[in-house]
Design a binder for this molecule. Structure first.
Ligand code: NAD
Length: 512
């Protein structure tokens, strides 16, 4: 890990930004002695520093959130909603500025960075309808003169832990919905690219989120473990790798918290020979290599069914035609991967694929990008002849690599996908409604795309990854997350007419 122990004042002297903590409404410099460089993946230029906060700083953030909850929980729905309306307006106005920061620290292309922000902005827009989302239920006369109703109440201090690959969208999945439901929040962004997240947090404060309602701490395992074990945190939303997500789920649950963990993936695209060929090839190349394959919903496995196996050379040509370049360059399709270590890990897996006997139909190693000689670039890479026992099939590569397998029939393809332990997303490409209907019914994956390669649901639905890609019941955003960030209180009430004097002692459990 790249630890820089310099004091923040030195960072300022060097013209570098530091990621601030947000505690009780104040953006403050961490007192930590442990700092890490934030590096532009296209140039290796250090663009900022991020602290690994101390446990005292985590405790201060939680204490501020705990205090703010006492008043925020009863703040009227309309006030919370209008705050989100203001926030969405500010995000929209500042989209290009935040996208530039996001590309500089994460590497994805500028249009894709705007997409990252936009998919999060849609969640903020949905948060504006909280007055209809957070309604309870009412049943009149469940017994003589007795009514039962539910209240959907906020649960307290909630926390969010986010990954590097969507530094805008995923924080925006979390804190707007938690806060608009009446909770207060502690956010722990990815330490690899926290600056764009912080620009969004600054806009939230500018929109009027009161002190203590939103707090931010930076760091790694120590900070995450402090969040998972803190007695005043009631719920944790995690998005990231399977190993860390499992740890957060287990530790947080052991400490009595509600936890949702959205984790790693291996997303298959099943191609039937009747599919619209050109559109299918476009979709596969875009979803496999966009964001350099660093999306939890990236297409990483293509299953060519029957005669569609003949499309492999066309897929290779489509991928070869993509432009690899710095994310700020116009017409770039594939930017760098996030870090040198990510590049080494991906190259190691490609090497392993070759060793294990897969055919390297397109080799993206050694791609040269003029003007960005130090960048972490890997060109689109396609393995064919892949079998399910190979490491490249079993591991989430999280880079611009597609594994191609073949299946004789749709039934065989469905069985193959269902045998994979992961369950984030899957796509089917066909012009047959009957095949699509069979597929959506029999496939055991939480998010299904029919001629849609990255089926991330819009925020009026919920993100519904499944099986090995998820721990916990309820997904982020949408109606499910309103349930996650609230608890149901059931009230059973009877009001007596003044004329009612005595209807006898009821020694049974039955309501009369
Ligand atoms: P990561 O698990 O390394 O990091 C996620 C968060 O956990 C970060 O905030 C990080 O600081 C923290 N963390 C890292 N190591 C830790 C440890 N040992 N103990 C406690 N906390 C730790 O994930 P990443 O590399 O940032 O993101 C890529 C992964 O996220 C991929 O596996 C991808 O599939 C997954 N992802 C999943 C979804 C989804 O919705 N299912 C969405 C985006 C990304």
């Amino acid at each position: 890990m790249n630890i820089a122990a310099e004091h923040p004042a030195q960072a300022a002297q060097q013209g570098l930004r530091t990621a601030k903590l947000l505690i009780d409404g104040e953006f403050v410099e961490s007192k930590s002695a442990e700092w890490r460089d934030i590096v532009n993946p296209a140039t290796q230029e250090v663009i900022g520093r991020v602290p690994f906060a101390t446990v005292d700083e985590v405790n201060a953030a939680v204490a501020a959130a705990h205090k703010a909850f006492q008043t925020w929980r009863t703040t009227p729905l309309g006030v919370r909603m209008r705050l989100m309306l203001k926030f969405q307006d500010l995000v929209r106005q500042n989209m290009k500025r935040v996208a530039a920061t996001l590309t500089a620290e994460q590497g994805k292309t500028l249009p894709d960075a705007e997409g990252d922000i936009f998919r999060g902005l849609e969640v903020v827009e949905h948060a504006c309808s909280i007055s209809t989302l957070q309604q309870g239920e009412f049943a009149e006369n469940v017994a003589g003169g007795v009514d039962t109703y539910t209240l959907r109440q906020p649960i307290g201090v909630c926390a969010g832990i986010t990954p590097f690959n969507f530094p805008a969208m995923i924080p925006l999945w979390m804190f707007p919905m938690a806060i608009v439901c009446g909770n207060t929040f502690v956010l722990k962004p990815s330490e690899q690219d926290p600056l764009s997240t912080m620009e969004l947090v600054e806009l939230a404060v500018q929109a009027g989120i009161p002190p203590g309602v939103l707090n931010v701490v930076h760091g790694g395992k120590q900070v995450v473990d402090a969040i998972c074990t803190h007695p005043d945190i009631k719920a944790i939303s995690f998005v990231g790798s399977t190993a860390v997500g499992t740890h957060v789920y287990n530790l947080g649950s052991q400490h009595g918290k509600r936890v949702q963990s959205m984790m790693g993936a291996k997303n298959h695209a099943v191609v039937l020979p009747d599919a619209n060929k050109e559109q299918t090839l476009n979709a596969l190349a875009g979803a496999g290599f966009g964001a350099a394959g660093q999306r939890c919903m990236a297409t990483s496995v293509v299953v060519l069914v029957g005669a569609s196996k003949d499309w492999l050379p066309d897929l290779v040509e489509r991928a070869r035609g993509l432009t690899v370049n710095g994310g700020t360059e116009p017409n770039t399709d594939v930017g760098p991967v996030v870090s040198r270590s990510a590049k080494e890990r991906i190259l190691g897996l490609i090497e392993k694929g070759v060793d294990e006997g897969a055919t390297l139909s397109l080799d993206g190693r050694g791609v040269a990008v003029a003007g960005y000689e130090k960048g972490n670039f890997i060109g689109p890479t396609i393995f064919s002849g892949v079998t399910t026992d190979m490491s490249i099939y079993q591991t989430e590569i999280f880079g611009p690599v597609i594994c191609v397998l073949e299946a004789a029939t749709l039934d065989d393809a469905i069985a193959l996908v269902n045998r994979n332990p992961m369950g984030n997303g899957v796509g089917l490409f066909t012009q047959s409604g009957a095949a699509a209907r069979k597929f959506q019914s029999e496939i055991d994956i939480g998010q299904v795309g029919i001629n849609i390669p990255i089926p991330v649901p819009v925020p009026s639905f919920s993100f519904t990854g499944s099986r090995g890609s998820k721990l916990g019941d309820l997904g982020p955003y949408g109606k499910q997350v309103v349930q996650f960030y609230t608890q149901t209180k059931t009230v059973t009430a009877r009001w007596f007419d003044d004329a009612t004097v005595n209807d006898g002692v009821n020694t049974t459990i039955s309501l009369r």
